[in-house]
Design a binder for this molecule. Structure first.
Ligand code: SF4
Length: 209
């Protein structure tokens, strides 16, 4: 990925997400992933040719205006745009010390051996959910969907998370202005997305890993 540090390739944003990390968070899904996991739940966000190029400055202002408890970054693969996300988080934290939760298809151990930008991004993340979704290991877990995915508390900010039950956070379902159904979160059961789309004529969906 060759995204300049002043821009990010963005797939989706959501100003208030309550099911992907602690509290009420701004959701940012980046476009593009170099991995090709079997059964990837967001294939539309794999190519680096889609999405929208967004200036880090503008995105930081938007997040500062709407984020309540923190920022959650997913995708696509956030660590494929590590330099841009480092710039974004620094810009946000110059103003507010917001919590950052990040999903990745890589492992924590692999990222610790990553390039300098990836290691710098890792140093800015409070909560990391690592590993790709593996459908054969599907399980009802907090903010995750398969047993290979681990929740790492990387700072002092969310130590309480470790003492809390590892239960699913549920789904956030909304009706858009055009009457379309949108949902965020980690489904409890495999195939939920297809089932809901078939049952409700789903127009737009946002799910994670
Ligand atoms: S599951 Fe995640 S890491 Fe794997 S291909 Fe899909 S977006 Fe990339």
């Amino acid at each position: 990925m060759t995204t300049p540090t002043a821009e990010l390739l963005v797939a989706e944003t959501h100003r208030s997400c309550r099911v992907l990390g602690p509290g009420d968070r701004y959701g940012l899904w980046v476009q593009g992933c170099p991995l090709r996991c079997a059964g990837c739940v967001s294939p539309q966000w794999l190519p680096s040719t889609g999405g929208e190029r967004v200036a880090v400055d503008a995105l930081a202002r938007e997040i500062l205006e709407f984020a309540v408890d923190g920022l959650t970054v997913s995708g696509g693969e956030p660590f494929a745009q590590a330099a841009g996300l480092v710039a974004l988080i620094h810009q946000i934290r110059d103003d507010r010390d917001l919590s950052v939760c990040c999903y990745t298809g890589y492992t924590l151990e692999g990222l610790r051996r990553g390039d300098p930008a990836q290691r710098e991004l890792l140093g800015l993340v409070d909560l990391l959910i690592d590993g790709p979704y593996v459908s054969s290991r599907h399980a009802p877990l907090r903010w995750r969907a398969s047993t290979n995915q681990r929740l790492h508390v990387l700072s002092d900010r969310h130590l309480d998370v470790l003492a809390e039950p590892d239960d699913p956070a549920g789904l956030q379902i909304e009706i858009g202005p055009g009457g379309d159904v949108q949902w965020l979160g980690v489904p409890h059961t495999p195939g939920f997305r297809e089932a809901l789309a078939g049952a409700a004529g789903l127009v737009e969906a946002r799910d994670r890993r």
